[in-house]
Design a protein around this ligand. Structure first.
Ligand code: FAD
Length: 367
């Protein structure tokens, strides 16, 4: 382990890895500290859906900026890391399973039709069944969005971390336990008996970010939200679209059909897969695609989204602490948001400002 680095990043999920990659691309010396292994938590188990059309309000611009960077980066990351991102481009279809859902979904369709770069259409039930005959007969219509991207989130995290390593980033599998300061300036990070001297620290601890608040003597209001996914046997013929309604159903590049995802608060850091989640996902999946009834469970995963009280991420400087940055609270959108967050933090560290739209997402809003 090096004893000196320009920047130390705590956390080797998709957020820490994306920041490391960007900083290293700018020529910075970077060390990533990861307590377990790269992508071993939510970043490695997320569904991997990049659908910016469902972002509205204050997050909309950031999500679209990030999606644009994703498109630029994918080829480069695969080439630089040798890791296959298992990219799939497919139609996304949002089902109206009750007549009362039709007006809202039709207005969604209109909103999406105004977004540049996305094609959408309202489908009557017969049109939806032409596209995928296995969709339930209890259907009142659907919104179709063409060309939505699905990838493997573990491979994306690994590819980003390995491309960062190829640029000189050191990834150390160890736990950060303390931050060292001189007056209000960050000067190092403690790792076991050692210390890494640095000019800047980025906290990217995902759902554990709240614990880092103790090091900083600042409240970081992040809590874990449990999310589970069931992977069942693949459909034959292959399901060629991402079906969404009460949950997501998609046949991924691993050949399995993924049913995603549950959201449960107040479970602490428990990641034991539960029967309750399996029943919920099976029931919701079968409401949309009854044929799933005969498909055997292959794998059930559980992990934690990092969530804030207002549902928005925390991205930027830690006020009053020179050299201290934070990037977390990405909830259910960390995979799509990671490239923009990587660029934003890298810009702040190297140039002091960024064009990425993070103005609203500072930690100071919780002061
Ligand atoms: C079921 C589910 C499905 C999802 N699907 C999608 C999706 O389709 N699209 C999308 O955009 N997003 C999705 N998300 C959200 C996304 O997975 C998260 O927002 C994102 O992975 C968070 O990344 P992170 O790097 O902040 O956190 P994590 O992946 O949790 O990484 C944080 C890392 O910090 C490390 N760490 C913690 N403390 C320390 C310490 N003291 N020292 C060193 N290391 C430490 C941990 O070991 C961990 O590896 C989904 C989430 C869930 C739960």
């Amino acid at each position: 382990m090096r004893s000196q680095s320009d920047v130390v990043i705590v956390g080797g999920g998709i957020i820490g890895s994306s920041i490391a990659y960007r900083l290293a691309s700018e020529g910075m010396g970077v060390t990533v500290l990861e307590r377990d292994s790269v992508g071993s938590h939510a970043s490695g188990f997320a569904l991997g859906l990049l659908n910016p059309t469902n972002a509205t309000g204050e997050l909309e611009r950031l999500v679209h900026q990030s999606h644009g960077i994703h498109l630029e980066l994918h080829g480069r990351l695969q080439e630089e890391s040798g890791v296959d991102l298992q990219l799939q481009t497919m139609p996304h279809i949002e089902l109206a399973l009750a007549e009362s859902e039709v007006p809202e979904l039709k207005s969604e369709c209109e909103r999406i039709s105004r977004l540049p770069g996305f094609k959408t259409a309202w489908l009557e039930p017969e049109d939806a069944w032409k596209l995928e005959p296995r969709i339930t007969r209890d259907l009142f219509g659907a919104v179709l969005v063409e060309d939505v991207i699905m990838l493997d989130s573990y491979n994306l995290t690994l590819a980003t971390a390995q491309a960062a390593e190829a640029l000189g980033v050191e990834i150390v599998l160890a736990e950060a336990t303390e931050i060292h300061y001189e007056k209000d300036r960050v000067v190092g990070v403690r790792v076991g008996q050692n210390r890494i001297d640095c000019d800047a620290v980025v906290l990217a601890l995902g759902p554990w970010s709240g614990a880092a608040g103790v090091w900083l003597d600042v409240d970081i209001p992040i809590v874990p939200q449990k999310g589970e996914i069931a992977r069942v046997e693949g459909l034959d013929p292959v399901l060629g679209l991402h079906v969404h309604g009460p949950c997501s159903v998609v046949q991924k590049a691993d050949g399995l059909t993924w049913l995603a995802a549950t959201r449960k608060d107040n479970t602490g850091f428990d990641v034991t897969p539960s029967n309750e989640a399996l029943e919920t996902l099976s029931e919701r999946g079968m409401r949309m695609l009854p044929e799933l009834d005969s498909h055997r469970l292959v794998l059930q995963t559980a992990c934690m989204r990092p969530v804030t009280p207002d549902g928005f991420p925390i991205i930027g400087r830690v006020p009053g602490q020179e050299g201290m940055f934070i990037a977390t609270g990405t909830g259910g959108q960390g995979i799509v948001l990671a490239p923009a967050i990587g660029k934003a933090i890298s810009d702040l560290v190297t140039a002091g400002e960024t064009e990425i739209d993070i103005g609203r997402f500072g930690l100071e809003r919780f002061a």
